[in-house]
Unconditional design. Structure first.
Length: 166
């Protein structure tokens, strides 16, 4: 009997469901995510919610993400927003569809200090041919004030057939 392979997004969700209910499971999940996506792993963000079309991610201010103004660096906020939108959208795509980030617009409204949270909520589109799709992430501080908004532009489309060499 042929076994269907799960998409990377489905694999992440399955791992999340299995681990997040146990003590220390979210910590383990976040370490695995950082290992699978090394650049993003350096950010040190913590996934709080992982559902198709809805992701919440937390980031604590610490020296590694701080700028010279003693707040969270602008690029760390952009990276956090990209991670949040990517997990919400691309994490919900079937194996036959891939997403590539093609643009990122970030608006900064307040210095980000302390523990912040990024949230992305989106509809999961049906993809029949290449299309562009925007997902927004709102980043708030612990008092609920918006510190940044990230508008991520994703190109969605069928995974190209692998070329074989003869």
């Amino acid at each position: 009997m042929a076994r269907t392979q799960e998409s990377p997004g489905a694999q992440l969700r399955i791992l999340w469901v299995r681990l997040s209910r146990f003590p220390g499971g979210r910590w383990i999940f976040n370490k695995i995510l950082g290992w699978k996506i090394p650049y993003t792993g350096k950010l040190g963000a913590t996934i709080l919610t992982l559902e198709p079309g809805h992701v919440r991610v937390q980031l604590r201010e610490r020296r590694a993400v701080r700028n010279h103004l003693q707040s969270i660096h602008a690029i760390a906020l952009a990276n956090l927003g990209e991670l949040t939108t990517g997990l919400a959208l691309v994490g919900a795509m079937p194996e036959s569809i891939r997403g590539i980030l093609v643009g990122l617009d970030v608006s900064y409204t307040k210095k980000a200090r302390g523990t912040i949270e990024s949230e992305a909520i989106c509809e999961i589109p049906k993809v029949y041919e290449p299309m562009d799709y925007r997902v927004d992430a709102k980043i708030r501080d612990s008092s609920g004030d918006m510190v940044a908004e990230v508008r991520a532009h994703w190109r969605l489309g069928p995974v190209p057939e692998k070329q074989t060499t003869k």
